[in-house]
Design a protein around this ligand. Structure first.
Ligand SMILES: Nc1ncnc2c1ncn2[C@@H]1O[C@H](COP(=O)(O)OP(=O)(O)OP(=O)(O)O)[C@@H](O)[C@H]1O
Length: 205
């Protein structure tokens, strides 16, 4: 999967958040999207995910050498962010089944293996609404990691995680970002230190 941004800009009302982004995200590489609070990292990743339209410019997706229609992009990406809501009335095991009603499992994973990866065996029948914010964040990451998709988008991946949770993320990110185009929105070095490529949205004010 390759994603090309041509002269991308986004404004809310009259305020331009960024303009003139020309950039290519190449297959199976890892990118950090950097910038201060409010600089537009989440806005950019929402545009890349095709959840938000750019106010100007073009974005193109190439999958296996062929152009991909914008309306089909969602099928090829996994996304985790603190502002993404989980269905609170589901138990852990139900939410995994629900998620994988729409997505395919990464090879070698199923409901049980994801619960093992989370280390949440004793919480399998607990409702998501009774999970702590850090536990929910781990679930969001595990669902994204274990979905078979060529694009992995993580916005503030260690938000709400304690030191143990951060270590859990760090122990997994290299493995799950391998062979997929990975974008990490962050201003915390530990979250993206493995990314060789960096795009700072503040360079496009
Ligand atoms: N729907 C919206 N309507 C109006 N303004 C918005 C909207 N969404 C975002 N903004 C504004 O766009 C700017 C960029 O927000 P964004 O969330 O992309 O920043 P960020 O770099 O991800 O910030 P943070 O590091 O705090 O998460 C901010 O000024 C924000 O208030």
């Amino acid at each position: 999967m390759e994603i090309t941004l041509q002269n991308i800009g986004r404004r809310f009302n009259r305020e331009w958040i960024f303009r003139g982004i020309d950039y290519s995200f190449n297959e199976a590489e890892s990118y950090a999207i950097l910038g201060a609070n409010g600089s537009g990292k989440s806005t950019l990743v929402q545009i890349v995910a095709s959840n938000l339209s750019p106010s100007e410019g073009n974005i193109t997706y190439t999958f296996k050498g062929e152009a991909l229609e914008v309306e089909n992009v969602f099928k090829h990406l996994s996304f985790a962010s603190p502002y993404l809501e989980l269905v609170e009335d589901f138990t852990l095991t139900e939410i995994i089944d629900f998620h994988f009603g729409f997505k395919e499992y990464l090879q070698g994973f199923d409901n049980k293996e994801i619960i093992n990866l989370l280390g949440f065996e004793k919480y399998r029948n607990r409702c998501i609404k009774n999970f702590s914010s850090g536990m929910k964040q781990r679930v969001k990451l595990a669902l994204a990691f274990c979905s078979s998709s060529p694009i992995l988008l993580l916005d503030e991946p260690t938000a709400n995680l304690d030191n143990q949770g951060i270590d859990w993320y760090l122990s997994l990110i290299s493995r799950f970002s391998q062979n997929r185009l990975t974008l990490i929105c962050s201003n915390q070095e530990h979250e993206y230190s493995f990314c060789k490529k960096r795009l700072n949205v503040q360079d496009y004010k």
